[in-house]
Design a protein around this ligand. Structure first.
Ligand code: SF4
Ligand code: SF4
Length: 151
């Protein structure tokens, strides 16, 4: 086979591939204008429903990364209350064990996944941040679809 014929063959093969794909639907997601809505079992940013939390510290004990810090206190009726509840997202490995072992389903892993920050200190999620994560990222329906965020 001559060298010209060899390259022509290659060229023809390449163009066939190009034309085949020209008529197929576009699969590239136009992030950030388009975003993927995660499935309900997605393990993203941790969140806490403080009303449900019994301050039992089960989540702290099972966390393999030592990412959870809880300090509890008692009120005059002897009820346990949260004084401090923090999750260090820079240590969290998103294993979901805390949520699995929580007897009250107070701690959850939400659908939040855009978690990058400029300052590492912002990765320490305090109580307000954890409650906010539940409000912002809770997955209430089936995911697996692309959402348009801008028109
Ligand atoms: S998801 Fe895993 S690593 Fe992250 S806080 Fe929960 S138990 Fe710890
Ligand atoms: S395991 Fe659940 S109820 Fe117990 S401290 Fe953790 S979040 Fe609260």
């Amino acid at each position: 086979m001559s060298i010209t014929k060899y390259f022509l063959n290659d060229f023809r093969h390449g163009m066939t591939v190009v034309f085949k794909h020209l008529f197929k639907p576009i699969v590239t997601m136009q992030y950030p204008e388009e975003k993927w809505r995660p499935y309900a079992r997605f393990r993203g940013a941790p969140g806490l429903d403080t009303k449900k939390c019994a301050v039992c510290c089960m989540c702290t004990n099972v966390c393999p990364a030592g990412a959870i810090t809880i300090i509890g206190k008692e009120n005059e009726k002897g009820e346990k209350l949260i004084e401090k509840f923090e999750i260090d997202a820079s240590r969290c490995i998103y294993c979901g064990l805390c949520a699995e072992y929580c007897p009250r389903s107070a701690i959850i892993l939400t659908g939040g996944y855009e978690l990058s920050v400029f300052d590492k200190k912002e990765l320490i999620y305090d109580l307000a941040h954890l409650e906010d994560n539940v409000k912002k990222y809770m997955i209430n329906d089936e995911g697996g679809v692309i959402e348009k965020t801008k028109k």
